[in-house]
Write a protein that binds this ligand. Sequence first.
Ligand code: GLU
Length: 198
Amino acid sequence: MCGIIGYVGPRECKAILLQGLERLEYRGYDSAGIALRETGGLDYIRAVGNLQQLKEVAGANGSKATHGLGHTRWATHGGVTERNAHPLEGCEGGRVAVVLNGIVENFRELRGNLQAEGHLFTSETDAEVVVHLVERHYDGDLGDAVSKAYAELEGHFAFVVIHHGHPDLLVGARHQCPLVVGVGEDEMYLASSIAAFL
Ligand code: GLU
């Protein structure tokens, strides 16, 4: 069980994501991370340990990103390492990333197939298959790629995907785990619990 939050809207989101993660921190203390959509690509900040460690690494840099993801992890598959901290990147790390809550039960089979197709995995997590599946199915329509990836997954999970080529979009999906949508003024959130918005 972990905490996930995504933001898309007009406001700079680094502080919003970190604040949302604070509210979700009770859901996982192993590691935490954020992905920010910067002009040149997705930028990642991850740290092992509680949220305080992430905040220290994230510092007060002046990110102007208005689109991003955050995660606090309770490791189920793969050790407690920075490499296994979410957001997890696809082969083209600057383009697409995922945060996931829950467990992908058929990840071994999916991982084997994706590796045979040439996908390079950088973590030991079950969750990383999701971002590679999205890459495999992506053909310009992120929603479509996520629904095709979703159809291949077994387990119980909720996840959110960000793609650098889609500045106004976050795509989430869930199966037996909660995922809530927050609607603000010209902005939207996706999170694993309403606590993230409080
Ligand atoms: N199964 C994922 C992992 O180990 C997510 C775990 C969670 O929900 O905390 O990275």
